[in-house]
Design a protein around this ligand. Structure first.
Ligand SMILES: C[S@@+](CC[C@H](N)C(=O)[O-])C[C@H]1O[C@@H](n2cnc3c(N)ncnc32)[C@H](O)[C@@H]1O
Length: 214
């Protein structure tokens, strides 16, 4: 990681904390005080934001919404911090770690929208149980979402589409099908991510799925 990215982490990360998430600072797993941190505004979550381009885009076009982004890859976190500075947005909180630690401490029904964009594909069959679209992730995600909340999933891996379509409805969600029922049609407010650009260059086809928390 270069010096500039280190500086972003040193100077900005602490101030962007959503509250005590880590086991070191919150061993009892007390729920976050969302009202105090986010002032009663709606809170949206992006899991695995990579370099953060979509997260910053959403924060810019939705200034009345608060965002939490989580990402364990520190280079990505530092890159996001640079983008937050460049865009001048103040409605993003960052958990630099695993989404599961965040789910532990998010109060029930506290999140109004969630994004899972190009999750790690884990292509080998014996690794499919590590994918995000498994009960171990979907149950705590569903618990943290408000009834009616949207959950968006984008992936370029056909077998990931299969597992999403099979598993997500078993864990408190129903799929929303648009007028054209076209899962190749991106959302109106979509900003293509770095991983999607790579997939397109390599000839893979994006799929966009929308769920509603029931
Ligand atoms: C294939 S990349 C996609 C990144 C970005 N969403 C994009 O579309 O460019 C998947 C990302 O998910 C992150 N990730 C994997 N497991 C995670 C977890 N348990 N919690 C949060 N993020 C996770 C990885 O570090 C990685 O950055």
């Amino acid at each position: 990681m270069n010096k500039v990215l280190h500086e972003f982490l040193d100077q900005d990360l602490e101030g962007l904390s959503p509250g005590p998430v880590g086991w070191d600072v919150n061993p009892d797993r007390a729920p976050l005080d969302m009202g105090a941190r986010f002032g009663g505004r709606p809170v949206w979550l992006e899991v695995g934001f990579g370099s953060g381009e979509h997260l910053v885009h959403q924060a810019v076009i939705n200034p009345g919404v608060e965002f939490i982004g989580c990402e364990p890859f520190m280079n990505g976190v530092a890159t996001l911090l640079g983008k937050i500075r460049a865009a001048g947005v103040s409605n993003i909180a960052v958990h630099p770690g695993d989404a599961r630690d965040l789910f532990d401490v998010l109060p029930e029904g506290s999140i109004e929208r969630a994004f899972l964009l190009y999750p790690d594909p884990w292509p080998k069959k014996r690794h499919h149980k590590r994918r995000f679209v498994t009960r171990q992730h979907l149950e705590p995600l569903a618990r943290s979402l408000k009834t009616g909340a949207r959950f968006r999933v984008a992936t370029d891996i056909p077998d990931y589409v299969r597992q999403t379509v099979e598993q997500v409805p078993l864990n408190g969600f129903e799929r929303l099908v648009g007028r054209t029922n076209d899962w190749h049609q991106p959302w109106d407010d979509w900003l293509s991510t770095r991983y999607e650009q790579k997939a397109l260059r390599e000839g893979r086809v994006p799929h966009y799925l929308t769920y509603r928390r029931t």
